[in-house]
Design a protein around this ligand. Sequence first.
Ligand SMILES: Nc1ncnc2c1ncn2[C@@H]1O[C@H](COP(=O)(O)OP(=O)(O)O)[C@@H](O)[C@H]1O
Ligand SMILES: [Mg+2]
Length: 338
Amino acid sequence: MPEGTARYPDPVSLIATSGLTKRYPGAITALDGLTLDVEPGIIGLVGSNGAGKSTLLKILLGLLEPTSGSATIFNLDVATHGIAIRELVGYMPEHDCLPPDMTATDIVSHLALISGLPKAAARERTAEVLRHVGLYEERYRAIGGYSTGMKQRVKLAQALVHDPRLLLLDEPTNGLDPAGRDEMLELIRRTGTEFGIAVIVASHLLGEIERVCDHLVAIEGGKLLRSAPLVSFTERTGTLAVEVEEGRDALVERLTARGLRVAIDGSAILVDLVDEAPFDIVRDTVVDLDLALVRMEQRRHRLEDLFRDDPSVAPVAPLAAAVPAAAAIPPPLPPADR
Ligand SMILES: Nc1ncnc2c1ncn2[C@@H]1O[C@H](COP(=O)(O)OP(=O)(O)O)[C@@H](O)[C@H]1O
Ligand SMILES: [Mg+2]
């Protein structure tokens, strides 16, 4: 099988849920009528803490039973096809769950045997996946002496050892420093593309997720906020921050006249990026006005932008905020009720 060839079973619905609801004792609704349908790829499952991400992954794995609703993976019903699904899916849980007195080789090959691999194949696959995650020299040392980054790699390796078609990764960068996060994200990306398998990465950090995924599923309070390809999301919420030494108001006026949606944020001018055009317009206008450009950069999206009710609304303040005179005009008062 050539590297990078997708190896998904046909037909290709990766996960689909319908009215999926999970209530925990104590009137906690973790999932609230979640309906989605996602095709294979590297999928980011994003939402703040408590949004229901881990609950969704556990239901997909058959570790938890939903209160109501249904879910499928590769068109297999999770309620009735648990075994078949577990053959196709690898799971990296959120919390530390590795026995400290075992070596990486022992635990990964043990889990490979449990997954049904013959002894020789289990040994071979274990060496292979540990090398893939960058743990080769250290594989005969007890996990208790590992760094958090190494433990996360072992967790990833055990999820891969039985050659799954889908990886479910729950907060894979938890506890890692910035360099460790970068390495883990790169490893996830590489795992998806090199092995030709689908990946669902749950994280509360949108900034990380958007670097590795090609599709985003955003949930909040157990409800779906949006499920869309990353590109379409970026197009909708991009903001260009522009700073000039002097002449900010003149620039705002010109840009507005050119039809751009503009807002002021501290010393920066925020331009709504619906397409690439604003980059050229801003550059040309700055030159025309002979202004000194301090900075021009595309702003990182904030998780809150993703969670807006109306995704078509730009994340910048309305035009009135950029033109104080307009904001100063009070709206007409309703007729007095007498
Ligand atoms: N076993 C449980 N018992 C009771 N409440 C739970 C349990 N697991 C999760 N919850 C609650 O369900 C909600 C969703 O949790 P979770 O799925 O872990 O969200 P996330 O992974 O997005 O942080 C939270 O309010 C959490 O406190
Ligand atoms: Mg979680």
